[in-house]
Structures are given as C-alpha cells and as structure tokens.
Design a protein around this ligand. Structure first.
Ligand code: NAP
Length: 289
C-alpha cells in the first residue's frame, strides 16, 4: 500500500468516554480534522454539552455505560443508523478510551469498584468491539486502545494497571485474529496525561485517608501520604490530552499504523525499565511502599 495518508472525510470514528479527558480531547480534535466522530457518553447532560458545541461532525451517542450490557447493542444500532444517514458503508475506527481507576493498596481494594473497572475497560469494550466488527470490516477499520505505558507493577495503582494488562492482551490477540480482514489493533500508551481523572483520584485518596480506621492507617497511611507527595510532583509535568488526540489522529491517518504509539510524561522511561532485571525493578518499586 502506498504511504499516503488516509483522508478523514467520509470516515467515522467511535470514541468511548467522550465526556472528559482523553476521549473528549480526541473527539473535539478529530471532528475538527473532518472525521465524523460518534462520541459516546454515559450521561445525557454530557451528550447535551457536546451537542451544544454545534459541530456538524460531532455526534453524541448516549447512553453508553460499558458496565451495562444492554447499552451496547443499542449503541451499535445507533452507529448503523448514523453511518447509513451519511452514506458510509462501514466504521473506520473505534477508540477505546473510557475508564476510571483508583489509587489504593490491593488489600483495601473495593471488589465492586475493581469489578466495575474490569467491566468498563475490558468486558464492555470487548462486547462493543464484537457488536461493531461487521461495521469495522465493511469500513476497512482499525481499533485503537488507550493504555498505560508499560506492563510493570507499581504499588497502589493495580486497579488501573490490572485492566491494562488485559487490554494489552486483548489488543495483541485481536491484532492476530483480525489479520485476515486487515483490522489493525493499536495501543496508544499514555504516560501522565493532565485530565480530570488526576484531581479525582487524588481527592478520592484524600477522602479514604481521612476516613480509614486507625489500624488501617497504621498499615498504609505513611506510605500512601508519601505516594500523594510523589504524585503531586509527577502531576506538575503531565502532558495535555490534546497531545494524545494528535497521536490518535496520526494512527488514523497512517495507511499502516504502528502497533504502539507512546505519548506523555514517563511513557518512554517505562520502555527502558522493562529491560532491567526483575530484582532491580522490584528494588526500585519497593522503595515506594
Ligand atoms: N490520565 C492519564 O494519565 C492516563 C494515562 C494512561 C492511560 N489512561 C487511560 O485513559 C483513559 C481515559 O482516562 P482520562 O484520564 O481521560 O480520564 P477521565 O477524564 O476521567 O475520562 C474518563 C472517561 O471514561 C468514562 N467512563 C468511565 N467509566 C465508564 C463506563 N463504565 N462506561 C463508559 N464510560 C465510562 C467517563 O465518563 P463519565 O464522565 O460519565 O464518568 C469519562 O468520559 C482511561 O482508560 C485511563 O486508564 C489515562
């Protein structure tokens, strides 16, 4: 295939989690570049806010809560209708961005929250991709997964990283299984990105630290306070979500996208870490606890 960028016009991209952060930045940027953006959100108020922007290429789709199985076939039907209305044969891309996550030791993790995060980041997206694959085949499409930078265990963030290990596995497996139809799966590995999730996770940890009983604080309090301080320093260097949006655009324009794109503070350092011997990695990260 010649290395000529694939033009946006006449192509639709579905983005999950478009109410906020990376998903929202990507939705606005790609709509501005000429893609039709099918921007999924959970709440009507967020759909209304996107509609109020009055951008002809921006189509809010609501509700899509990835933890609610019934939402997925309904959204797939809406996608079909929107594509037909524009005379498009298929869907050009899905960008799986929705997700939350908390900073908490595994011992104190709320199983219901972990289950919800696994649903939002793994089970829901897989079910959505299953429902959209006929349209992706028809649109010579591609699938982009927003992920964290590396498969390395870091204390207190496993509710974010555990789904991420699964996302990497699903993306890599789909890349192989969908090879006969040339549907690439691309990992957009993001370092620290400056989104509303940063303030939210910090606030939630503050709240937890102020409500845990003394015996829990005796176990984890000091270490988590040090984690808060370290994160506050890291947060000062975070990358704006618009930079991720531009990388997503690059992965959409490329006739042959790379398997992995990296963006955001700390993302490249994680590549180097992976080459260290495991005892050295353990030594680095046990200093955090
Ligand atoms: N920020 C970073 O530094 C960073 C780094 C690497 C990877 N990531 C990944 O990037 C993705 C987006 O994060 P962000 O930083 O942009 O966070 P964000 O600003 O909090 O946005 C998260 C989005 O996901 C949506 N969402 C959450 N749970 C959902 C569910 N069950 N069903 C459907 N949508 C749901 C949220 O919708 P509501 O508004 O309705 O809550 C929101 O639109 C996440 O998967 C995250 O793990 C972030």
């Amino acid at each position: 295939m010649p290395n000529i960028a694939i033009p946006p016009s006449g192509r639709s991209v579905l983005i999950t989690g478009s109410s906020s952060g990376i998903g929202r930045a990507a939705a606005l940027h790609l709509a501005g570049q000429g893609y039709t953006v099918l921007a999924t959100v959970r709440r009507q108020v967020d759909a209304d806010a996107l509609a109020a922007l009055d951008h002809p290429n921006l189509v809010p789709l609501c509700p899509l809560d990835l933890t609610v199985p019934a939402h997925i076939p309904a959204i797939a039907d809406r996608v079909r209708v929107e594509l037909e209305a524009r005379g498009q044969r298929g869907l050009y891309a899905v960008v799986s961005s929705a997700g939350v996550g908390t900073t908490v030791p595994v011992e104190l993790m709320d199983p219901a929250l972990l289950r919800a995060e696994l649903e939002a980041r793994v089970v829901g997206p897989v079910t959505l991709i299953q429902a959209l694959l006929p349209l992706l085949r028809a649109g010579n499409g591609r699938i982009l997964w927003i992920a964290t930078p590396g498969l390395i265990a870091i204390p207190y963030v496993s509710s974010i990283h555990a789904p991420d290990y699964a996302v990497n596995c699903i993306a890599d497996t789909l890349h192989l299984e969908l090879h006969p139809w040339d549907i690439p799966n691309v990992l957009i590995k993001c370092g620290g990105i400056d989104t509303p999730s940063v303030e939210r996770t910090s606030r939630e940890l503050d709240e937890a630290l102020s409500t845990w009983p003394a015996e829990t604080l005796a176990l984890y309090g000091d270490s988590l306070h040090r984690t808060q301080e370290r994160l506050a320093r890291f947060d000062q260097g975070r990358t704006p979500p618009e930079a991720v949006a531009r990388i997503i655009e690059r992965a959409l324009l490329a006739p042959r996208p790379r398997r992995t794109y990296r963006i955001g503070s700390g993302s490249r350092a994680m590549v180097l870490l992976k080459f260290l011997p495991q005892p050295l990695i353990d030594a680095i990260f046990t200093r955090m606890v």
